[in-house]
Design a protein around this ligand. Structure first.
Ligand SMILES: Cc1cc2nc3c(=O)[nH]c(=O)nc-3n(C[C@H](O)[C@H](O)[C@H](O)COP(=O)(O)O)c2cc1C
Length: 181
């Protein structure tokens, strides 16, 4: 079984980004388990808090990422950038220095927007930050989901074209995991 942890940088309860991850978890291919992490309680990064014992939400998230074969990070875009919440999660997962949970992990990035750009500027920033900390953001065509608010039916993400493309990206993530294992 290949284990993926999916992390949403959108914290609101009715988030489309998080709902998309829930759909991906429900429709994971055979042999793949996708768990959506709960990051709502992760505090703002503060080096004074980054000592044993870490905040419980951070301990859990780091353990989940450490145990995962690969990661999905999904995020909206705020003011032409990744939201502080997305960067905050990456900051926590970039420490402790030398044994950070994200280092060496293949990561599929998904960005979303109700607008037409699909959060492409946030995508570029997330990619740059992940590369800087030694994670392995998946190369190739980027998953940017435009008009996300209009793509749900009964709570499930239902745009067939987007879903097909995400599934092909997931296949590339799984291939990357295989190569690196
Ligand atoms: C502070 C703020 C800034 C935003 N800036 C952008 C932006 O630069 N580009 C964009 O496409 N959408 C922007 N939006 C719209 C978000 O993409 C939208 O609120 C989206 O639904 C959030 O994702 P969620 O549904 O997963 O919570 C912004 C929203 C907020 C609250």
């Amino acid at each position: 079984m290949t284990k993926l942890i999916a992390i949403s940088g959108a914290l609101r309860k009715a988030s489309h980004t998080t709902a998309l991850l829930r759909t991906l978890a429900k429709t994971a291919p055979d042999g793949v388990e996708i768990e959506v992490a709960n990051v709502v309680d992760v505090p703002v990064y503060n080096q004074d808090l980054d000592v044993e014992p870490n905040p419980a939400s951070v301990e859990t998230l780091r353990a989940q990422v450490n145990a995962a074969d690969g990661i999905i990070i999904a995020s909206p875009e705020y003011n032409y950038a990744m939201p502080g919440s997305t960067k905050n999660i990456i900051d926590w997962l970039s420490r402790p220095y030398g044994k950070a949970a994200l280092v060496g992990k293949p990561v599929l990035i998904i960005t979303t927007s109700p607008g037409s750009t699909g959060g492409v500027r946030a995508q570029s920033q997330i990619r740059g930050t992940l590369a800087a900390i030694g994670a392995h953001p998946l190369g190739g065509a980027e998953v940017v989901i435009a008009g996300i608010d209009k793509k749900f039916v009964d709570g499930d993400f239902a745009d067939e074209t987007n879903l097909k493309f995400i599934q092909s990206s997931l296949d590339r993530l799984l291939a990357e995991i295989k190569i690196r294992s």
